[in-house]
Design a protein around this ligand. Structure first.
Ligand code: SDX
Length: 393
């Protein structure tokens, strides 16, 4: 792309930006998307409506929704050459490693036809990314278990189609439970966007140079993978399995408080929330609903609730305002829905793609948008003369 990028001290002096997509009040535990509360959206809306809201600023009218869903649905297929890309990975490759590679690989197909300064082409790139992420994710899972890929189906909703591509096998008809599909859709809503978190900031910084959106989203996938960020949902389940029994909780709470012990209560604490993450409340409710509907009794849920109760009665967690975050219960729901822990962060990436894309689009459409350039506080040596090799040591 042409465009002229100049250094902008204002943007980078604090690394902050202006955005109208998502508002978080960490002190009271409030999360709004374009003014609508996450509780309302999770209970009353669906993921396609939330995607439209984040991208276009308003909930869609019935006609707008029909067109939006059509535009996403008709971009779900992946180029067959990209299917070949999977065959280069080991079968036991972590699905997030595959996501980093394949999502970046989308650039090879669309970079040349994506002028980021053309509004229509920005929207097409947005639809392609939102539509293809579930397909890419499901293919990563199928590849890891040695099962054939499922092509997307246009007769299914976004969440149903993802579950179908993930779990259908040729040998039998795949029956989609409405409760499971609703829970999946709600999980997508809860993870859609979250202001300037680490992965979104990564996408913005990458995009500020004019890089194509497919490469920028691949950068976001890489950042989300970290256990301090999107990787926490997988880490929570591993932690609960490590704790094993409620009698062991006090020992692990003490370890989490010990600065010399690397153990942290995964799913607890947040850079912004100094109160309960509103998404965690909805996720916990979803947990109960799904386990009840599927007639499952997961001892890890009882263990998680006991851990939450004991941690929130401990002065360390209360004083440091460490509450459960979105990742604390999500792993239990995802496990109940049949996903392996290795796919938990992949699901987070699928859902967060709309937030990354909407934030990227908002930045590109900003009048006078400039390249980001974070500042540093130099702590190295002052200027000094070169010392020839023979005079060193
Ligand atoms: C996500 O930014 C986003 O919006 C992210 C996200 C999104 O939607 O994009 O919300 C998704 O990433 C949620 C967070 C998932 N990560 C985890 O659950 C991993 C466990 N949590 C911690 O790693 C931690 O809480 C962070 C990384 C989330 C935040 O770390 P900070 O910035 O250090 O938290 P803080 O400043 O509020 O910590 C205050 C104190 C610190 O101790 P002191 O330096 O004051 O002595 O509490 C300690 C921290 O060391 N602390 C913990 C802890 N989290 C913070 N101690 C024990 N267990 C924890 N989980």
């Amino acid at each position: 792309q042409t465009g002229h990028f100049t250094y902008d001290p204002g943007f980078t002096s604090t690394g902050s930006c202006e955005s109208g997509l998502t508002y978080i009040d960490g002190d009271v535990g409030q999360l709004l998307h374009r003014g609508y509360s996450i509780e309302d959206l999770a209970e009353k809306s669906d993921f396609m409506e939330v995607c439209h809201l984040l991208l276009n600023g308003e909930l869609p009218t019935p006609k707008e929704k029909e067109k939006f869903v059509h535009d996403v649905t008709y971009h779900t297929m992946l180029h067959e050459q990209l299917a070949n890309f999977y065959r280069g990975f080991r079968r036991d490759a972590h699905p997030m490693a595959i996501m980093c590679g394949v999502v970046g690989g989308l650039s090879a197909f669309y970079h040349d036809s994506t002028d980021i300064h053309d509004e229509h082409q920005r929207m097409v790139a947005s639809f392609r990314l939102i539509a293809k992420m579930p397909t890419i994710a499901a293919m990563a899972y199928k590849y890891s278990v040695g099962q054939p890929f499922n092509y997307p189906r246009n007769d299914l909703s976004y969440a149903e189609n993802f579950l179908y591509m993930m779990f259908a096998v040729p040998a039998e008809e795949y029956v989609i439970s409405p409760t499971v599909a609703r829970a999946m859709d709600r999980i997508f809503i809860l993870h859609a966007d979250h202001e300037q978190n680490a992965s979104t900031s990564t996408v913005r910084l990458a995009g500020s140079s004019g890089a194509n959106p497919f490469a920028c989203i691949a950068a976001g996938v890489a950042s989300l993978w970290g256990p301090a960020h999107g990787g926490a949902n997988e880490a929570v389940l591993n932690m609960l399995q490590q704790i094993g029994h409620k009698d062991n909780i006090p020992e692990f709470i003490e370890r989490a408080k010990d600065k010399d012990d690397p153990f942290r209560l995964m799913g607890f604490g947040h850079r912004v929330y100094k109160n309960y993450d509103p998404r965690a409340k909805v996720m916990q409710k979803s947990c109960h609903e799904v386990l009840e509907e599927l007639n499952l009794d997961d001892p890890l849920l009882e263990l998680a609730m006991e851990l939450e109760k004991l941690a929130l009665s401990d002065p360390y967690f209360v004083e440091k305002k460490l509450f459960p975050n979105v990742d604390f219960y999500s792993g239990i729901v995802l496990k109940a829905l049949g996903f392996p822990t290795s796919m938990f962060t992949v699901l987070f990436a699928v859902a967060r793609t709309v937030g990354w894309v909407a934030q990227w689009k908002e930045m590109i459409e900003e009048p006078g948008q400039k390249i980001g350039r974070p500042r540093q506080l130099y702590t190295g040596p002052t200027a000094r003369d070169y010392v020839p090799l023979e005079k060193r040591g």
